[in-house]
Write a protein that binds this ligand. Structure first.
Ligand SMILES: *Cc1c(COP(=O)(O)O)cnc(C)c1O
Length: 417
């Protein structure tokens, strides 16, 4: 590109991985622990670090970069939008924002009563859903053990892990956790003072745990019986990740179940931050009125065009079918990696390999050194959430690499870890 204007940075953006990591440690708050690598460039399913090493990105920015890195269509659309109209505030609307709202409602099977609220991240989408639940006037909200819904105070109240929640208590009240996948426990917890049941069709952060077949339908029936909202957090599972537009549309998960509310973020903008709350029922769509919620950046034209383009490319390139094919093949191949892999849980290209010992962090480190980015989502499970454009040829080598590890050695060492 010849017309690139030099960036007004303080100093050159060059340095080794070690130099950047030292500067990171002295300038960035330590909420994430030390960075694994310093990355400088990406293209398709690959990224390069500051020392020039190439990696295959099987994590996709945590289920975000659905079109891979530097996708030409997305790059062009975002650049063109920013060069036309960027941020306008929500005193104004933009055509791309409206078109995106219409598109999301259509993909989610909504109707004339459906409405969308735009946010900037997953946790913010869930904050809005939580406020909608409060507007029912009912005090209780049910979530599941193992749930992850985000880190801001409301979403955190819906997140089960004590280590995330307890340092920040008191959190907004009324949330109760029921055992994962236990329909009878959910039924026992239901009453007419429940505002909402909040569920992930597949729990991502808990290690890719799909709800058992029939559970979502049962939750829908209970919500109907008691007049509660069924809120599905599809922040990780939405936008094609599982091989359907939304995981709850998969026959094995919830096919036919219509939630009142779906929250989205992660993959929606293909890497540009955006969140959305899709209210499918008219009741849910009218719980928040003028002045009751807002965000400065929500639904801005750049983020909206990123999402519209991402959805458009998924459709144009037939990526849902590709996700089912490559994801299915990947899961099958991982199942043959014995004795290291004991179980594979997968929905499309959201895949976890459960290992025979709590050695996931160690295996992920070794994978990184070998050029594969994967995530130790639990002490004993590796998570893969790669770009949806991934081909089998690009990932087959990872399975071979895993199979070639000295498993017995690793597993005995793991016992002492
Ligand atoms: C990542 C995630 C969130 C939080 O999204 P952020 O954009 O990180 O705030 C919420 N729910 C689920 C299921 C997620 O995977």
């Amino acid at each position: 590109m010849s017309d690139v204007v030099p960036l007004p940075t303080t100093g050159e953006l060059v340095g080794s991985g070690t130099e950047w990591t030292e500067r990171y440690t002295r300038s960035v708050m330590n909420t994430f622990g030390p960075p694994r690598r310093v990355l400088v460039r990406g293209e398709g399913v690959h990224v390069w670090d500051a020392d020039g090493r190439r990696y295959t990105d099987l994590l996709g920015g945590i289920a975000v970069n659905v079109l891979g890195h530097a996708h030409p269509t997305l790059t062009a659309a975002v650049s063109a939008q920013l060069g036309t109209l960027g941020q306008v505030s929500n005193f104004f609307a933009s055509p791309v924002q409206v078109a995106l709202a219409e598109r999301l409602v259509a993909l989610a099977g909504g109707d004339a009563g459906s409405r969308v609220f735009f946010a900037n991240s997953g946790t913010e989408a869930n904050e809005a859903a939580f406020k909608m639940a409060r507007r029912t006037g009912r005090p209780r909200v049910l979530a599941l053990e193992g749930a992850f819904h985000g880190r801001t105070m409301g979403a955190l109240a819906l997140t089960h892990k004590a280590a995330y929640r307890e340092p920040f208590e008191p959190l907004p009240g009324g949330v109760e956790f029921v055992p994962f996948g236990d329909a009878a426990a959910l039924e026992a917890a239901m009453s007419d003072d429940v505002a909402a049941i909040v569920l992930e069709p597949v729990q991502g952060e808990a290690g890719v745990r799909p709800l058992p077949p029939g559970y979502l339908a049962h939750a829908r029936a209970l919500a109907d019986r008691h007049g509660a909202l069924l809120v599905l957090d599809e922040i990780q599972t939405g936008v094609g990740r599982t091989g359907a537009w939304f995981a709850h549309q998969l026959p094995e998960l919830g096919g036919g179940v219509r939630p009142d509310v779906v929250t989205l973020a992660k993959g929606l903008g293909g890497g540009i931050p955006i969140g959305a709350v899709v209210a499918l029922s008219e009741r849910a769509a009218t719980l928040l009125g003028p002045g009751q919620h807002g965000t400065t950046f929500g639904g801005n034209p750049v983020a909206a065009v990123a999402a519209l383009t991402t959805l458009g490319v998924i459709e144009r390139d037939g990526l849902l079918a590709r996700v089912r094919e490559v994801g299915g093949r990947l899961a099958d191949a991982l199942r043959t990696v014995t004795p290291l892999v004991t179980e594979v849980r997968a929905a499309g290209l959201l895949v976890a390999a459960e290992l025979a010992a709590p050695v996931a962090a160690r295996v992920a480190d070794e994978a990184l050194a070998a050029g594969w980015i994967v995530n130790p989502v639990t002490p004993s499970a590796l998570r893969l959430a790669p770009p949806l454009v991934l081909t089998w040829d690009q990932v087959a080598g990872f399975v071979d690499w895993l199979a070639a590890l000295p498993a017995r050695e690793l597993l005995t060492e793991g016992d002492h870890a």
